[in-house]
Design a binder for this molecule. Sequence first.
Ligand code: ZN
Length: 354
Amino acid sequence: MEKIILRWVTSCLGLLTVGVCVCLYFFPSLKETMTAEPEIDLILETVVEVPVQQSPGDVVKDEDEAQKYEGKLNIELPEGIDGSNITISNHYLTQTVSVVFEKGVDNYSDNYRVFGSSDYISSVGYYKEGEIGVLEIKLDQVCELSYTYHNGFLCIDFIEPHEIYDKVIVIDAGHGGRAVGAVKKGVCEKDLNLAIVKQIQTLFETADDKSIKVYYTRLDDTNPTLSQRVGLANKAHADLFISIHNNSASSGKFTSRNGTLVLYNQADDSEFSSKRFAEMCLQNVAESAGSNKRGLAKGNYVYIVKNSQVPVALIEVGYMTNLEELEKLQTEEYQKLVAQGVYNAVIQAFEEGY
Ligand SMILES: [Zn+2]
């Protein structure tokens, strides 16, 4: 009797395992596309809050000097630190600016001060990591930086991107890292998406018109969370948000189904809507790459589409479950044609007033 029960339990467990494996094999992208992963703060060091003082106190002696600090966040540098041993980096995806001192002090906020404008700044913190000291500035939106050094202070100006550029767009290469997306014949969707995005990057970088700023959610094999991806578009107040993906037939099997499909946010009923922009993406990509126009689809079941506060188009460039299309998608030539189509769609949208 016991043997029978044991055999029965073993068979059930076996079937369950197979079931889960099959599901994961055919729908690996399902969970990634539809749910937002929790954001994990990887900094384990204790971050001590640094108060931002409104008034410069006795630092400023006259009006001339006051101007040098005005409208800026002014960070007092520890002894021995100047422009030569400091690294400033702006991490757009998390809206975090890190000021790294090659030699950090132990208690920054007890001995040094930060004063000035707190526009766009949510918090300032300090932590030590081995020898280096890091002043971490969290912003409430994407900013560009301009900075100077004055009298032992680093003076940073935080600038809203639209003050510098006419237009701002965000481009997202779907999946990445261990989130591979669909896998067909050893080809991972994440790699096709990134290859196309890199071709788009080349087009914008080599264009004569430098009035369009492009922010990318990733340009390497990383996997930003979904809320970081759409957050970059929202917090850059982007004029357009484009996500590049590739499709698979729902069975996961190779079929004749092929072509370009573009998802849009059906809740956006503004004049310059997500749907209208999605239509431009479909037309231009199909025209440039010669792909079959599969059409537009309501995309609110996708987290980044639903949560985009800006006109969004999620382009499913082609079908990885179509042998011919899978071959094409892997060639640089085809990736370039697709990229040109996306680029043309952006230019058309701006010409039409987006
Ligand atoms: Zn995908």
